[in-house]
Design a protein around this ligand. Structure first.
Ligand code: NDP
Length: 287
């Protein structure tokens, strides 16, 4: 009886000792958000603005970025600016970080969130597309992290990497996308280990998201996925919370059980079956 009781007391102590999130934690912080012209990235920019951060956003579409910056200033951002360009180009990825150095004088949080367009359907054998997507969704994340590291070490800052359950478990119909998200887990989980060995005080938060109600995700998967999407505003706030609290990973809308991961390691075929049963195949557009 005593051992389970002590376990419960310890678990309660551990959870109550964990710091709670306060919006002031991000007040005055210098933050880059990539992929912030739409979707979850746009919502993160608005939350950061309400919290009084200095925001630098990026994506390709200048007109949308301009509007997001205007809205951020209305909402109370300490400052807001954008750089437009494509993350297919590693020099551009590095340029965004340089811009933080020149215009903000440093960086506290790097939020890597952008994602290149892919298809939703059976793998079509296009190796060129896989390479391009790896450049946008993975290599540019590596390039930005590398360039930002001196500033993040100086500020003892944070890296937030937006990934997906498709980067932890094999999902059908998103083969190239899943490959890029698995790559992020490998790179950033290994890097976190090295930071720990070298006492580098830069946190890495990997965000494992489920289906979120952004326009692009609804367009791609609403007809096929048999699960309701979660709201992007709440998702964006949970990502910022996890980053500010320097959490190792965030599982958004998977609850505390993280059941898919338990099954992945102990009952992989059952998980594969459950994953497949969440799709309505007649809704799938043929490539
Ligand atoms: P959106 O499609 O809404 O936004 C993607 C962003 O990336 C846009 O700002 C887009 O702007 C930008 N982008 C696209 N291509 C490029 C490029 N070549 N270079 C630079 N920027 C680019 O995505 P979501 O908000 O839905 O997703 C955000 C993150 O959350 C992604 O990492 C995604 O994988 C992850 N996620 C989302 C889920 C969902 O259901 N929504 C589920 C699981 C994970 P522009 O076109 O102007 O360049």
């Amino acid at each position: 009886i005593l051992i389970p009781f002590l376990g419960l007391v310890l678990a309660f102590w551990f959870y109550s000792a964990r710091e709670n999130f306060k919006p002031e934690m991000l007040k005055g912080k210098r933050v880059i958000v990539t992929g912030a012209s739409t979707g979850i990235g746009e919502q993160m920019a608005y939350h950061l603005a309400r919290m009084g951060s200095h925001i630098l956003i990026t994506a390709r579409t200048e007109a949308k970025l301009q509007k997001v910056v205007e809205r951020c200033l209305e909402l109370g951002a300490a400052s807001a600016r954008y750089v437009s360009g494509t993350m297919e180009d590693m020099a551009f990825a590095e340029h965004v970080v340089k811009e933080a150095e020149t215009s903000l004088g440093g960086l506290d949080m790097l939020i890597l969130n952008h994602v290149g367009t892919s298809y939703f359907g059976y793998f079509n054998g296009d190796v060129g597309h896989v390479r391009k997507l790896l450049e946008i969704n993975f290599l540019s994340y590596v390039a930005m992290t590398t360039s930002a590291l001196p500033m993040l070490k100086a500020s003892e800052g944070s890296i937030v990497v937006v990934s997906s359950m498709a980067g932890k478990v094999g999902f059908p119909f998103t083969v190239p996308y899943s490959a890029t998200k698995f790559a992020l887990d490998g790179f950033f989980s290994s890097l976190r280990q090295e930071f720990s060995i070298q006492s580098v005080n830069v946190s890495i938060t990997l965000c494992i998201l489920g289906f979120i109600d952004t326009e692009s995700a609804l367009r791609a998967a609403a007809e096929v996925l048999l699960v309701p999407p979660a709201p992007r505003e709440e998702c964006a706030l949970e990502i910022l919370r996890a980053g500010a609290l320097r959490r190792r990973e965030l599982y958004y809308r998977y609850g505390s059980t993280r059941l898919p991961l338990l099954l992945r390691d102990w009952a992989a075929e059952l998980l594969d079956y459950l994953v497949r049963s969440r799709y309505r195949l007649d809704g799938l557009k043929r490539n």
